[in-house]
Design a protein around this ligand. Structure first.
Ligand code: FDA
Length: 420
């Protein structure tokens, strides 16, 4: 075994790990980043449809979900989004704003990763990929070099030529930063190591769930939804905790689109969700008004021609089959007011019960994680183990869709780097 000594070892070369590394390196610290993947920042590359929604102009604690809603305040206020934007501009990465203050690269998410890796290199940060972390142990700081942590690793054997057993390496460090992210997209390197390390050092974990993820449905509703695959409409999607006026997308697996992803952050298994398909029109009032003025009209004609929200024909016809099949050819005059009211209530608040979500296979984030109670909100240092830090998604801090999760990665990474 060989021994190497650092001021900070960061496990995870993702968004928060790289960001923390470059700032710690700029402070003159000897920094090593370890990752088991064969490439740094894989999630950055796949983010924002390949264009990386790297932050948002409007970042506030209300955009985050955690058992402790106050935890994010200090780091977010000390590292506002314009600080990151300034770095993006210094590196001449072209970007643009989309709706709701979301900032995306003009060209490619690779620009953000290249920027982070260039900054790490300039700050003298070492990055070791293909490195499996086997064990982590902590002891009293060494009297001569102050190191406290021993991280035992094995290089991942190359698939091509595994001639002999790869030699283990033990790294020693004064501080250890856990930046291993969440559980979503295991094929991109996600693992539960961060949670295991947290538990090893006496931390508790808030239950983890796939989040920012499409909903799935079974039964008749599932069939109806799948038959509409590809249809997208603006809706208001709500439950008891939150409400979002954003597009909804029917897919061959269930319901997706920004409104559903956002609502998934606030949804728990077994609960229902409400979808207002006509967010700009009171459908009960519209149908009753037309019954009085144009009693010969059909429900579908009123909805197609007079509602201020225009639903695609395919959707209207599917809803008719599902919701008012028996009255499809009955004129309004022959439908009771009560029935029209009921239909209006459904169309303005369609209550559905998802059977589940697509899970970690497609989820953008993991809700839950290392409980924040035992972590300093100023430095991200563990209150259980001196010199141990948690940053980014491994913590119980989940952002909305819209660049908030990266902003948390940058802000928590920065706060930590100042304290190492
Ligand atoms: P991150 O996942 O970035 O990094 C963790 C690192 O730890 C990885 O490199 C991993 O290989 C490594 N690791 C894990 N286990 C390990 C082990 N056992 N040993 C060694 N290394 C280990 N957010 C946003 O704000 N805007 C967006 O546009 C998007 N888009 C998006 C799209 C998709 C498809 C996904 C999956 C996610 C997003 N996100 C997003 C979310 C965002 O990518 C995410 O919140 C951040 O990358 C979290 O940063 P972290 O550094 O915490 O983890």
């Amino acid at each position: 075994m060989t021994g190497k000594y650092y001021d900070a070892i960061i496990i995870g070369a993702g968004a928060s790990g790289l960001y923390c590394a470059l700032h710690a390196g700029q402070r003159g610290l000897r920094v090593l980043v370890l990752d088991h993947a064969n490439k740094a920042g894989k999630k950055i590359l796949m983010s924002g449809g390949g264009r990386c929604n790297f932050t948002n102009y409007f970042v506030a604690p209300e955009h985050f979900i955690s058992a402790n809603s106050h935890f994010c305040k200090s780091a977010l206020s000390r590292y506002p989004s314009w600080e990151f934007i300034a770095m993006v501009e210094r590196h001449q990465v072209a970007y643009h704003e989309r709706e709701h203050g979301q900032l995306f690269c003009d060209d490619s998410a690779q620009d953000i990763l290249t920027m982070l890796l260039d900054e790490c290199q300039a700050a003298g940060v070492e990055i070791r990929l293909n490195t499996q972390v086997d064990t982590v142990s902590a002891q009293e700081p060494d009297a001569t070099d102050g190191t406290r942590f021993a991280i035992s690793t094995t290089p991942k054997a190359s698939k091509k030529a595994a001639v002999s057993e790869p030699a283990p390496t033990v790294y020693h460090s004064r501080t250890l930063v856990v930046a291993t992210g969440g559980l979503s997209i295991p094929t991109m390197g996600a693992s539960g190591l961060g949670y295991q390390l947290a538990e090893q050092f006496g931390h508790s974990i808030e239950p983890c769930t796939a989040s920012l993820v499409p909903f799935t449905f079974t039964d008749q509703i599932g069939e109806l939804i799948r038959s509409l695959s590809g249809v997208s409409i603006p809706v208001v999607a709500s439950n008891a905790r939150a409400s979002f006026r954003l597009p909804l997308l029917f897919t061959h697996r269930g319901l997706s689109g920004p409104s559903m992803l956002q609502l998934s952050n606030y949804w728990h298994t077994g609960e229902t969700i409400d979808i207002n398909l006509f967010p700009n029109t009171d459908i009960s009032a519209l149908l009753i008004k037309h019954k009085q003025k144009h009693p010969k009209q059909l429900i579908r004609t009123v909805l197609a021609e007079h509602a201020s929200d225009k639903l695609p024909k395919k959707l209207l016809s599917a809803l008719q089959t599902h919701l008012w099949h028996e009255q499809r050819d009955t004129d309004l005059a022959n439908i009771k007011d009560e029935q029209l009211h009921q239909l209006g209530e459904i169309l303005n608040g369609w209550t559905l019960k998802p059977s589940g979500t697509e899970g970690y296979r497609t989820a953008e984030v993991t809700r839950g994680g290392v409980t924040t109670e035992a972590v300093s909100s100023k430095t991200m240092e563990s209150k259980q183990q001196q010199g141990l830090y948690f940053i980014g998604e491994v913590l119980d801090m989940t952002g909305w869709l819209g660049g908030y999760n990266f902003q948390w990665a940058w802000a928590s990474g920065y706060a930590c780097a100042q304290a190492l």
